[in-house]
Design a protein around this ligand. Structure first.
Ligand SMILES: Nc1ncnc2c1ncn2[C@@H]1O[C@H](COP(=O)(O)OP(=O)(O)OP(=O)(O)O)[C@@H](O)[C@H]1O
Length: 275
């Protein structure tokens, strides 16, 4: 029996602007994420990755198509329904820059408790739950009394993760999740994410670098000019890419051993794409 998807997109179109300035940012995107599944969403700058993430978070409204979260069709939700949905903490996100994701004037403990306070939990209970949760992302509870500027980069990154996870979401969107970290921190974060997957949390890794998610994702989905041009098991996409754009991304992936193509190969692929 396969579990109902946590995220389901069908024929999703998103446009920006009006009249003659109207531009498609997403075109007919179909995407499913099952519980416990990790999907890498890859594409170059401007391909529509952030638009997709913002649509899933209810910050951008689809022009057409459908968006379902945990079996609930939320396509037609208005701002008030989205706010209520966000408070439930079903979907959360981790942005690229850990420094900007935390209020510099709030202790880590405060930042962690905030999403719980928004859910209506009393202050003391929220603080206690935050303290209890911190060790799950290997964040020492003693650090919760400190400000973001008083801890290391890796500890800050874990605090950002803890804040995103404290409401026990079913789906987490991670924008370039580990690229800013050094190797030691990266391994720890990947271990935490592995635990999450085992608990059935679905993860959407968003990156411009195919190499950075190839080893972690179960599936890789490739966005090109707003269309999903490839979606398959990670190993297959890496070893047998079907679309010329995926081949180009592979040839340009700096972190993928053996995949780096030379400049002439990349130029040829780019020419094929624009032909
Ligand atoms: N608020 C907006 N108004 C108008 N156009 C927008 C807006 N946001 C994004 N776009 C356009 O939509 C397209 C997709 O942008 P998007 O930010 O989703 O790409 P991306 O893949 O996330 O890029 P990056 O990797 O640089 O963040 C681009 O052409 C962009 O210029």
């Amino acid at each position: 029996m396969s579990a109902a998807p946590v995220l389901r997109l069908r024929g999703l179109d998103v446009h920006y602007g009006r009249g003659r300035g109207r531009r498609a940012a997403l075109r007919g995107v179909d995407l499913d994420l099952a519980p416990g599944e990790t999907v890498g969403l890859i594409g170059e700058t401007g391909s529509g990755k952030s638009t997709l993430a913002r649509t899933v978070l209810g910050l951008v409204r689809p022009t057409s198509g459908t968006l379902s979260l945990a079996g609930e069709d939320v396509t037609a939700y208005g701002p008030r329904q989205w706010r209520a949905l966000r408070r439930r903490g079903l979907v959360s996100y981790v942005f690229q820059d850990p420094l900007r994701s935390l209020d510099p004037d709030l202790t880590l403990g405060h930042s962690l408790a905030e999403p719980l306070l928004l859910q209506g939990l009393p202050g003391k209970e929220a603080a206690a739950r935050a303290r209890e949760f911190a060790p799950r992302v290997h964040l020492d509870a003693d650090l919760l009394d400190r400000l973001p500027g008083e801890v290391s980069g890796g500890q800050r990154q874990r605090a950002v993760l803890a804040r995103a996870l404290v409401t026990e979401p079913r789906l987490v969107l991670l924008d370039e999740p580990v690229s800013a970290l050094d190797a030691a921190h990266r391994v720890k974060i990947l271990d935490i994410l592995k635990d999450l997957r085992a608990q059935g949390v679905a993860l959407l890794f968003i990156s411009h670098d195919l190499g950075s998610v190839a080893g972690t994702a179960d599936r890789i989905a490739v966005l090109h000019h707003g269309s999903l041009v490839e979606d398959g098991p990670a190993r297959e996409v890496v070893t047998r890419p079907q679309h010329p754009y995926t081949k180009l991304l592979l040839a340009s992936a700096p972190t993928l051993r053996g995949a780096g193509g030379d400049r002439a190969t990349r130029a040829r692929l780019r020419a094929a794409l624009t032909a």
